[in-house]
Design a protein around this ligand. Sequence first.
Ligand code: GDP
Length: 439
Amino acid sequence: SLTVAIVGRANVGKSTLFNKLVGRKLALVHDTPGVTRDRREAPATLGPLTFTVIDTAGIEAGGKDSLELRMAAQSYAAVADADVCLFVFDAREGIVTADQIVAQYLRKAGKPVVLVANKCEARFSSASEAWSLGFGEPLQISAEHNIGFADILEALMPFAEQADADDKAAEDEANKPLRLAIVGRPNVGKSSLFNLLLGSERALTGPEAGITRDAIAAHWQAEGRDILLHDTAGLRKKARVAGHTLEEMSVGSTLDAVRFADCVVVVIDATQPFEKQDLIIADLIEREGRAILFAVNKFDLLENKAGAISKLRDKLDASLPQVAGAPLIATSATTGEGLDRLLPAVLAADRAWNARVPTATLNRFLEDALERHAPPAVSGRRVKIRYMTQPKSRPPTFALFGNQLDALPDAYIRYLTNGLRDTFHLEGTPLRFLLRSTK
Ligand code: GDP
């Protein structure tokens, strides 16, 4: 759905406009610049259009250097969240430096902007000046006197249509089958698990309706989701020569399976857990950016089952911190143990991989994380993180904006990674960071 941010310097009438659009007095309106400090967000209606409107804190003049004007982090976040910005200025006062600074920021942010001249109840004389902001001719409105709202509606309409189209595309994406692969060293029980999984799904769905197989994939439905399971030759009945399988662990076929997949189950042998090859495979999956979980198979062979998983947890988190917290499911292809937990865990990892954290929520998290533990100064360079967004998912990718971010230590990224995982339940997916320094 459409999200609209109201942006502009202090006291141009942003809150009044917000209140009119929302129809309730949510924002505190006051005649002192800078009174509306916090971001407010509410459902709004304008004729046939419903959308989310975000009111932002204005920019405020910074102490001694009047040109160094700061925009609150919430304003950045609001712009990042919005499909379109209503950039409001005060028509009675004309264009002032602070408006130019907002304009400069908005041009950099790259979001569509609708320029709005507010307080136009009497006459509008700053029309030519307004062009200098670079956003064309302003709509002339008076929020307080209910003038010009039809023009706002007309201006927002195309963006609403675009937002609807985007929603539909996202929905189509979510309805695509979940592509799953099962990988691991030879003899850990991949084909046994694979066949058992297909067998149990066949039992659930019936012999006919259920599963289709072709050369590369088996296809069925689980919990309302289409599952497409990569069916490598290695998972099929294998030629056995004198009791040995001919399959070697081939990096090539593992890579093929990983690249095919959204989500990868790494089967490991509970009696020989996390050998070097297991870690190489897991690392490959992480680098390819796929959702990942582990089936700790042959669990029936363990004599000491109690505490085994939590020991493995520690080992995994220490040897592969990039996938810390990835689900570990104890399974046995012999007894069937744990098989019922495998698909739900796959679906959960896939949800984490697809997760989108709204910008406002993300910046509340960031504020808290920074307060607990600020980034250290590195050889005298002051690193400053101003705000963050999540530009994409699959896997979740976060953009950090600030100054001197190239000096941000890896340990700090790990600190943020762990925090994000805990707070937003992102276990079972790699996370990515993009560093966007402005100086
Ligand atoms: P793959 O090479 O990874 O596909 O492994 P297979 O599925 O061919 O299994 C290798 C051997 O381990 C076979 O002899 C299986 O019967 C045995 N096996 C597989 N899963 C289990 C299990 O959970 N428990 C026990 N005890 N044996 C298993």
